[in-house]
Design a binder for this molecule. Structure first.
Ligand code: ADP
Ligand code: TYD
Length: 266
């Protein structure tokens, strides 16, 4: 594993519809409310160039690309995302929360679409070479994930069109991957209210946050000890304090999936 140079690199993985995007948003809101500088991003995408590749790989019929071409496209998108978004943010000591990363390629292109895991690993070592510090694998029954994902009615159905059998294969793949990378992976039961899942994610993240310094207290009235601004982060000598945001409401599932900006939320 390559530890992030200064920031904290968190990824969310799991089958389609498992709740990754919902939890990425709640985690980002939770950490921002604690004063951390968070960049929420996603794959494929997360930089203007990678977002263009996203349309190429996610739209069209399932047989649009061979598994090999697809692997090259996802890797090209990831390389651009890493160069333009992830590494600069980590170098500034930020928390990067990424909805899917290389583990998705290990599963989708590595075992589900074809038996390409060795090629996936070789290409990853050659072109990416970055692993997350912390990965949540959100686990959910394939039927439930598919039903949730299809309820979204987005235009990006190419992978969801692969069907239930493939969702089941991917779920097993993600669980095996969590064992393979057990140091950084945490399997999370996704069939619970979003607020419960979010609370568990935040608890797991806490020990990793100790090496980062929040930019501003959540609420000075409630945190008198933190009224004095913390000393500057050793790796961050610039930048205004975060605007304080209200705590996220974790009570009920969002009525619609969180929208995602073309480029990451800073
Ligand atoms: P993913 O990013 O893994 O595909 P999403 O976060 O987009 O999953 O969630 C898919 C759908 O399921 C969305 O409509 C979302 O509102 C809903 N959803 C997410 N988490 C939960 C949950 N814990 N319980 C019920 N519905 C959920
Ligand atoms: P997206 O809508 O972002 O995922 P989800 O349905 O989980 O919210 O779609 C991304 C799709 O791309 C998803 O089906 C998984 C697939 N994918 C790969 O096949 N390989 C990859 O490397 C990545 C990052 C995603």
């Amino acid at each position: 594993m390559t530890p992030s140079p200064t920031g904290l690199f968190i990824t969310l993985e799991g089958i389609d519809g498992s709740g990754k995007s919902t939890q990425a948003q709640l985690l980002a809101e939770g950490l921002r409310a604690m004063g951390y500088d968070v960049v929420r991003t996603r794959e494929p995408g997360g930089s203007p160039g990678a977002e263009e590749i996203r349309s190429l790989v996610l739209e069209g019929p399932p047989d649009r690309w061979s598994p090999e071409s697809e692997l090259l496209l996802f890797t090209a998108a990831r390389r651009d995302h890493l160069e333009k978004t992830i590494r600069p943010a980590l170098a500034q000591g930020k928390v990067v929360i990424c909805d899917r990363f290389a583990d998705s390629t290990r599963i989708y292109q590595g075992i589900t679409r074809a038996d390409l895991r060795n090629t996936v690993d070789a290409l990853h070592d050659l072109m990416i070479g970055q692993e997350p510090d912390l990965t949540y694998v959100i686990d959910i029954a394939p039927e439930q994930g598919l039903a949730r994902a299809q309820g979204r009615q987005a235009g990006e159905q190419r992978f969801e069109d692969f069907g239930l059998a493939m969702q089941a294969k991917m779920r097993a793949g993600f669980l095996a991957l969590a064992c393979e990378f057990s140091q950084r992976c945490h399997v999370i039961e996704g069939n619970r209210p979003p607020s419960q899942v979010a609370a568990e994610l935040l608890n797991i993240a806490r020990p990793h946050l100790s090496r980062l310094r929040p930019l501003a207290p959540i609420d000075p009235a409630k945190s008198p000890a933190r009224l004095t601004p913390p000393p500057p982060h050793p790796h961050r000598s610039h930048g205004p304090p975060l605007r304080r945001k209200p705590k996220p409401s974790l009570g009920k599932p969002p009525s619609k999936p969180p929208s995602f900006p073309h480029v990451p939320t800073a």
